[in-house]
Design a protein around this ligand. Structure first.
Ligand code: RB5
Length: 143
């Protein structure tokens, strides 16, 4: 699977570990920045990543900030992006199974590496269930 990843300054410290987790699982990872821990605005990176996920059919995104809240709020402004703020393996699994999420968001100041690994594992092994969930997901977007 192809993953795009982006953070802000509050999510950058954990990024190398997250990239390693994904690459060890055999995924391709494209790092969209930032390159260092200078202060940046999380919407800039959420928008950059969202556009790449929309452009690259079937790709997934990972957005990390302090809480994951700003990243998820920003990414969800894009039609076709379903960014899920997750806190554990259960929310990550359900975000894929029921919500067909394509961007996983979490907070570096909220979850530790063990939880992050379990979220990514759960996210990657889970597919959208479709069926009754498909009609609900279709109702998420409004014009
Ligand atoms: C940065 O201090 C922090 O506000 C940001 O990373 C994020 O948590 C916002 O939602």
């Amino acid at each position: 699977m192809k993953f795009f990843i982006a953070t802000d300054h509050a999510g950058i410290a954990i990024k190398p570990n997250v990239i390693k987790i994904l690459e060890d699982m055999g995924h391709e990872v494209v790092d969209l920045g930032p390159k260092d821990a200078s202060r940046v605005d999380y919407p800039d990176f959420a928008h950059k990543l969202s556009l790449e996920v929309l452009k690259n059919k079937g790709s997934q995104g990972i957005l990390i900030c302090g809480t994951g809240i700003g990243m998820s709020l920003s990414a969800n402004k894009h039609k076709g992006i379903r960014a899920a703020l997750c806190h554990d393996a259960y929310t990550a699994i359900m975000a894929k199974a029921h919500n067909d999420a394509n961007v996983l968001c979490f907070g570096e100041r909220v979850v530790g590496l063990g939880v992050i690994e379990s979220m990514i594992e759960g996210w990657c092994k889970t597919s959208f269930e479709g069926g009754r969930h498909a009609q609900r997901v279709a109702k998420i977007e409004i014009d």
